[in-house]
Design a protein. Structure first.
Length: 669
């Protein structure tokens, strides 16, 4: 090795980095240093996530059959704003005996002060639960200036207090309770973490009510200080809904006229698995109002999953296949062309799933990724939907007619776009980007433009595509960040100019979605950190330059695999490490597995790329959308400006809050 490597090293650089620079964080200190890693940030949403974590623990007790009453009490602080929240249940109560692994500490103290401690790992204490990682209540404790836990067990009441993750008292017996049992958790969020932000009574009120809808067997009592009450938030209320989601949907739809007078609602227990374990259950309620933009609520183990996931996919498949089959039954040949979007667009859907060991995309559980959920939900709902359609033929025909009207409108718009696309191609053929490999537009399916990272991946994608419906546009690495670039720089950028020409709909005030040359625009990048960076830059481009394209649901993210797992003649593909672990534990259980990692899309042969990422029959896409509400859209805009804009301080703060996640991703990569 050349000595030149060392001659230009900064003086004192070795002394500046030694063992004293290596910091080891103890207990819950990592949570206070990096709260974003555990609750997604320190904003208002993250603050209310704390309340949801504690409430979810009580809901788990109810779903497991050990509790039937939960109380949520919001108290005002000295300044008259919401300060302390108390959540109690009449379940079994946290264990208070000494923990065998931590002599001298009660199980309660271990649960409150140790990450990844809890009763939901083995499945012995809970068959299905929302808390999975053992971080919920300990994170709440870490981010609260004061936490008090009371446990009623064995006709006695025990209590312990904490502050910022550390115990301030010992576990103490505080009295007798011959007729009481369960757990009570009171906490006050730490202003060092959340600043001046306070709980919103209306938001907590809606949270408590929604939980009662999700499990018909529980009664939830709400109470708040008089100064926090309002027209929308009563000082006291009791929620109990025997009809579950159907009651919730009835309230949501109100007096609006629907295609069918009856909702499609029901529930189904899943069959036991090979080991004889109950796999869970699903409950649903769906309405098709005559005039609606659509509303979709997805839950897993009472946890909201706003980005949907595999349970959503299962429901969409069941509804689509059911209507196609009913169309065949009534001799409606065109029904075979119905798509999932035709069925669900404009509908009001509520789906609640309970399964063992669910897999989510992140700790905040915004998207369900458990592969088996799609199959379980589809099989459970499909049979009920077939009966719903066939038991009342007039009802079934009315719904089929409504969906087919939507299908005809979709096909009409598609035909108009195709005419415009072909006209534009013929009139401006020389102006189309040279790297664009266009589709003929002569197939039965919708047209798609894949924006692909690099010429190598572009070459594989061209061979893997359906030439009639799929177009390919390779781009060169990381495109310009439009959120921090001047208008002149954006106009001069060749990659952006090529992309704009290919789409044909214009940008900013000149953007007309009706002129979009493709039904779907799909960002397809490598399944690694660099690929995620490129996808982020492209999403920023669409959000800033073509927001209406995003709002109308034309933008998607492809989901290429990161791993190929092979055992004997059987091969499966895994999206990420969690999916890989799931496949190894289920599909390849006990087998020797050969694991290959794809460094990029270009490493896949065309057949693999088609099978895993491009074929509509086997791929998985994530639709990128914008919220309907103006305030939520404005919030998204501010976030994009902060993270992608010109001020580096906002990005620095964001990275600081999530440094542990970034480090982990780099190591995994």
């Amino acid at each position: 090795m050349s000595d030149d490597l060392f001659e230009n090293a900064p003086a004192g650089s070795a002394e500046a980095y030694d063992s004293s620079a290596i910091e080891v964080l103890e207990g819950l200190e990592p949570v206070r240093r990096r709260p974003g890693m555990y609750i997604g940030g320190t904003d208002e949403r993250a603050l209310h996530h704390l309340a949801a974590e504690v409430l979810d623990n009580s809901m788990d007790e109810a779903v497991a059959g050990h509790a039937n009453r939960i109380e949520v009490t919001l108290e005002a602080g000295p300044d008259g704003t919401a300060g302390t929240i108390t959540i109690s249940d009449n379940g079994r109560g946290m264990p208070i005996d000494e923990h065998p692994k931590y002599p001298g500490k009660s199980a309660l103290e271990v649960i409150l002060t140790t990450l990844h401690s809890g009763g939901k790992f083995s499945g012995k204490a809970y068959a299905t639960s929302g808390g999975l990682h053992g971080v919920g209540v300990s994170v709440v404790n870490a981010l609260s200036v004061k936490t008090r836990v009371e446990v009623a067990r064995n006709k006695e009441v025990y209590a312990q207090e904490f502050s910022q993750g550390l115990p301030t008292t010992k576990l103490q017996k505080v009295g007798a309770a011959p007729n009481r049992r369960g757990t009570t958790v009171s906490f006050t969020p730490d202003p060092e973490i959340f600043g001046a932000q306070k709980f919103k009574p209306a938001r907590l009120f809606r949270l408590a009510r929604s939980k009662a809808y999700l499990f018909a067997g529980v009664e939830i009592r709400w109470k708040c200080s008089p100064e926090l009450a309002s027209d929308d938030v009563p000082a006291e209320a009791v929620f109990q809904f025997p009809g579950g989601l159907a009651d919730h949907l009835k309230e949501q739809v109100g007096a609006r006229e629907c295609v069918t007078s009856d909702f499609f609602a029901g529930s189904q227990d899943f069959p036991a698995n090979e080991a004889g374990q109950q796999q869970g259950r699903v409950e649903w309620a769906i309405a098709w109002p005559l005039w609606s933009d659509g509303s979709y609520s997805w839950y897993c183990n009472t946890i909201p999953t706003p980005d949907g996931g595999t349970h959503e996919q299962g429901l969409r498949a069941a509804l689509t296949k059911g209507l196609r089959a009913f169309g065949e039954l009534v001799k409606e040949k065109k029904a075979k062309d119905i798509t999932p979007d035709d069925v669900v667009t404009g509908s009001e859907i509520m789906l609640s799933l309970f399964i063992r060991d669910p897999q989510f995309q992140s700790q905040t559980k915004d998207r369900l990724t458990s592969a088996e959920a799609a199959r379980l939900v589809e099989n459970a709902v499909r049979d009920h939907f077939d009966h719903f359609l066939a038991d009342n033929m007039e009802r079934g025909k009315a719904l089929l007619c409504s969906v087919m009207e939507r299908m005809d409108e979709r096909l009409r718009r598609k035909q108009e776009r195709e005419v415009k696309r072909k006209t534009a191609t013929n009139a401006k053929k020389l102006r189309l980007p040279g790297k664009l490999t266009d589709c003929s537009g002569e197939g039965d399916g919708d047209t798609e433009l894949f924006i692909v990272e690099g010429d190598s991946a572009g070459g594989s994608a061209k061979q893997a595509r359906d030439r009639k419906t799929q177009a390919i546009l390779p781009i060169r690495g990381k495109i310009l960040n439009v959120a921090s670039a001047s208008a002149d720089k954006i106009r001069a950028n060749q990659e952006i100019a090529d992309l704009t020409l290919a789409l044909g709909c214009g940008i900013r005030k000149d953007c007309d979605p009706e002129n979009l040359r493709y039904d779907r625009v799909i960002i397809m990048t490598d399944a690694d950190v660099d690929g995620a960076h490129i996808a982020t830059l492209l999403m920023t481009f669409f959000f800033r330059e073509m927001p209406e394209i995003v709002r109308r649901g034309h933008l998607y993210l492809a989901q290429p695999p990161l791993y190929r797992l092979t055992a004997g003649k059987e091969s499966r593909y895994a999206r990420d490490d969690a999916h890989r672990a799931e496949l190894e534990a289920t599909v390849f259980k006990g087998k020797k597995v050969d694991v290959g990692r794809f460094k990029g899309l270009g490493e896949m042969n065309p057949q693999q790329l088609r099978e895993t990422t491009m074929s509509p029959e086997s791929r998985s896409l994530i639709r990128i959308t914008l919220p309907q509400e103006f305030e939520q859209r404005a919030s998204v805009g501010r976030l994009v400006d902060e993270l992608m804009g010109r001020n580096p301080e906002h990005r620095f703060n964001f990275i600081q809050n999530r440094a542990a996640e970034i480090d982990r991703d780099l190591i995994d990569a």
